[in-house]
Design a protein around this ligand. Structure first.
Ligand code: SIN
Ligand code: FE2
Length: 217
């Protein structure tokens, strides 16, 4: 059936296949949102959001932090995963059980059993923040999928192809939606258009994205 994915009140919540091995589970995280909010508050208190710098020296518009054994960082030396928060010198906060279970259940629903992420990148978008087309390729274990949870304000997600120049498809991601991509789609390009201003009970004028991955093979 067809769904108007841009309608704020889309009445049906159906899984949507993006490409082989990639699916959006509409509303999958909605029921757990308040537990996630409490746990994310604790993560951000221990490892505050910050704007990383790209290897080229640009400040990223998306604010980031991490939880789990490894955290994604970027600086003039490059992109990589690190066990320690460079701002504090401490290990990243542990992955809360609520997040671990959500990621595992979403992966299983998408056909990837036993997903055990060792990294969770937490992205915070304020109005105007965006993420240009990229591949998630800093992980060593490319057999495991990416699980990507959207919370708070809606965003327009770009689902690209295998090379940057491929045409990308736009789709709206709303609070509670979970995108999972793996297998033949694991290295697909993706990005997020500039966030539109708004207000959402989950995070006020922000969108929060959780990107779970398995870094260590
Ligand atoms: C990412 O690719 O790291 C984030 C995607 C999103 O915010 O939906
Ligand atoms: Fe990504």
């Amino acid at each position: 059936m067809t769904l108007d994915l841009f309608a704020a009140d889309a009445p049906e919540l159906e899984d949507e296949v993006l490409s082989p091995g990639a699916v959006v589970l509409r509303g999958f995280a909605t029921a757990q949102a308040s537990a996630l909010k409490d746990d994310l508050g604790r993560v951000a208190a221990a490892a505050p959001f910050r704007h990383l710098v790209t290897p080229g020296g640009l400040r990223m518009s998306v604010a980031m932090t991490n939880c789990g054994e490894l955290g994604w960082v970027s600086d003039r030396r490059g992109y990589r995963y690190e066990p320690v928060d460079p701002d504090s010198g401490l290990r990243w906060p542990a992955l809360p059980d609520s997040l671990r279970v959500l990621a595992r259940d979403a992966a299983a629903r998408a056909g990837y059993e036993d997903f055990l992420p060792d990294a969770c990148l937490v992205n915070r978008y304020a109005p105007g923040a965006r993420l240009s087309l990229h591949q998630d390729r800093d992980e060593l274990d490319l057999r495991a999928p990416i699980v990507s949870v959207s919370l708070g304000l809606p965003a327009t997600f770009l689902w690209g192809g295998e090379v940057r120049a491929d045409k990308s498809r736009k789709l709206a991601l709303h609070h509670g939606d979970v995108a999972v991509w793996g297998g033949p789609s694991r290295l697909r390009f993706h990005g997020v258009l500039a966030l539109k201003d708004g207000e959402h009970p989950f995070a006020g004028r922000h969108r929060i994205n959780l990107t779970f991955s398995k870094v260590r093979a």
